[in-house]
Design a protein around this ligand. Sequence first.
Ligand code: CP
Length: 311
Amino acid sequence: MHKYTSVFDILDVDTAVKQAISLKKDPFKYNHLGKNKTLVMLFFNSSLRTRLSTEKAAQNLGLNVMVLNVSNAWKLEFEDGAVMNLDTAEHIKDAAQVVSQYADIIAVRAFPELKNKAIDASERILNSFVNYATVPVVNMESATAHPLQAFADAITIEELKLKKQPKVVLTWAPHPKALPHAVANSFVKMMQRLDVDFSIVHPKGYELDPKVTKDTPCSFNQEAALADADFVYAKNWSSYKNYGQVMVQDENWMCTKAKIANAKFMHCLPIRRNVVAEDALLDSQNSVVIQQANNRTFAAQYVLKSILEQQ
Ligand code: CP
């Protein structure tokens, strides 16, 4: 693997999931691979799970890790040919090449602003690092994608499924803030690559990018969609059509223990308790959100290992 910016950078998902589960059983088996090499993690936005799980994965492989919260660094310029006489102090071209002098792998977290669909779709920050860095780049959640989360979710479903082709439903859930589409996008793309019976349910007006959903069944009736589900994945996202807007905060879409019935309940975390899902569900045996968070380490470890093996 030469980069991990999208779930499509994993060529064979089934094999990758099995290898990640093997890493979970024997996490230090490849701790020689990262010797004398460095992962630099750049955070344009905050993180709990991604930061700690990726650092832990790197440590399991023997990598050194350096972390920079970019809000503490110079304000970056992205325009080619910009006359930098305002508030941007360093061009991304220079920054990406400089970071590459200290890193064998660069991992980047950069959320969308949810103001301009075209700018967010261009993945300006992530793609600038891909274009200008001279070492492989890993996406730790960008404007439109969270492939490390989706890979961890695929691992979790493989570990817990009780039938060959489980029914998996992605349901929109309410949230007080406008949230990105990244987690939902990558989860949809990952489920489209697995042998699962997959569908999406959301209120009208919350259709995801049709280039992402393609022919995945989408409906508006949560109760009907969740019937007989084996896995229910809850996630809020803002409107894609009315880009970045919160159109509905209908608490009837909150996930409850009664709605989930016998399904496993999934969420990427962090989660707003009693808004996205009720305490009784999150604290029940149905909830597998902590297992998902644990699997973030082994998703990241598979990706870092695959990159190190190509260097
Ligand atoms: N799920 C996830 O990416 O969590 P963090 O935002 O805490 O990294």
